[in-house]
Design a protein around this ligand. Structure first.
Ligand code: PMP
Length: 329
């Protein structure tokens, strides 16, 4: 019989698929690493088990304990999967820009959520960082993984994501592109890849306005990437270049990935592919770019895949005349 002992054994070993349509006019091979095939639906499943293992080992989390974390959703799902297996309670703090679908997923896994305003400074008592800090002091036996500073985040990508990319490309990868949120994905896997071949270019994809590309953290709409501060999970020494893309560019590519490549992915995947396309534009045919697509698109059906939402932000032209929906009533 072939089966996994628990769902956690299904984390990682995600496949690479070649992009064939959005790459029109590009000679290099662009391979997408499909992280939505992790059991919790994102790359964040990878960091959760390693973070909780370490906390138990270090005595920071004991039976009956509660995991409290500010998370845009995906880290919460990963942590909830592990918490279920080990009997911990989970309380997640989310900024209000996180879609309702994503919130409901956390509730479905049995977690509790607290929603905070996006448009306040990180030092405000209402910010999602401050609220989570307060909850940690108020809840007995609480542990805050803090994915922004926890070294086990980047380490999990050093131990899994990086080796998988090296193995699956037979060491032929020349460029690695990933969106930067906490920085764990780019720093961990990038470090591993550079140790195998120091010539590999590591490229971070950042939403315009975020600190990594020289901004101040001005609000942008792509979720899970970009920051308004510099987390210690991000190791700038690993990253050769940061490429910024606008929300409009990221969302356009996100929609094309679904329609043309059959990849229903989130906006940060569009951001990462947008950066990969910019990086590969004038590169020759022997270049192999691996771009990591962090999560699936089902959590964003009411946003990037909703024409009305897209129009309300000017990402699609205003409606002209009747739509199919109007015609069929
Ligand atoms: N995309 C999405 C949808 C995410 O949830 C995250 C994690 N915040 C990222 C990209 C960025 O990954 P990392 O935190 O490892 O930089």
């Amino acid at each position: 019989m072939k089966y996994a002992e628990t769902v956690l054994d299904l984390v990682g070993n995600t496949p690479l698929v070649k992009l064939n349509s959005v790459t029109d006019g590009i000679q290099a091979t662009i391979l997408a690493k499909i992280e939505y095939l992790n059991p919790g639906g994102s790359s964040k499943d990878r960091i959760a088990a390693r973070i909780i293992d370490a906390a138990e080992r270090e005595g920071k989390l004991a039976p009956g304990g509660t995991i409290v974390e500010p998370t845009s959703g995906n880290t919460g799902i990963g942590l909830a999967l592990v918490a279920q297996q080990r009997g911990y309670r989970c309380v997640f703090v989310l900024p209000d820009k996180v879609g309702e679908d994503k919130r409901n997923v956390l509730l479905a896994y049995g977690a509790e959520i607290v929603v905070t305003p996006t448009s306040v400074a990180p030092e405000s008592p209402d910010s999602y960082y401050s609220v989570s800090d307060r909850l940690v002091t108020e809840i007995p036996g609480a542990f805050k993984p803090d994915q922004y500073s926890n070294p086990n985040g980047p380490l999990s990508h050093y131990e899994t994501t990086g080796p998988e990319i090296w193995r699956d490309t037979d060491g032929k990868v020349t460029h690695y592109v990933a969106g930067v949120g906490t920085g764990g994905t780019i720093s961990g896997a990038g470090k591993y890849l550079k140790e195998q071949n120091p010539d590999i270019k590591v490229i971070g994809a950042d939403p315009e306005g975020s600190v990594y590309s020289g901004g101040t953290g001005r609000p942008y709409l792509v979720e899970g990437v970009g920051e308004d501060f510099w987390p210690t999970a991000y190791d700038p020494s690993v990253v050769d270049e940061i490429i910024a893309s606008s929300d409009a560019e990221s969302f356009e590519i996100t929609r094309r990935l679904a329609r043309e490549e059959g990849l229903l992915v989130g906006g940060s995947s569009g951001l990462a592919v947008s950066a990969a396309l910019k990086a590969a534009k004038d590169l020759p045919a022997d270049v192999v770019v691996v771009v990591l697509l962090p999560d699936g698109g089902r959590g964003y059906l009411g946003k990037v895949f909703n024409d009305k939402w897209m129009r309300s932000y000017g990402f699609l032209p205003a409606e002209s005349g009747a739509t199919v929906a109007d015609v069929v009533g």
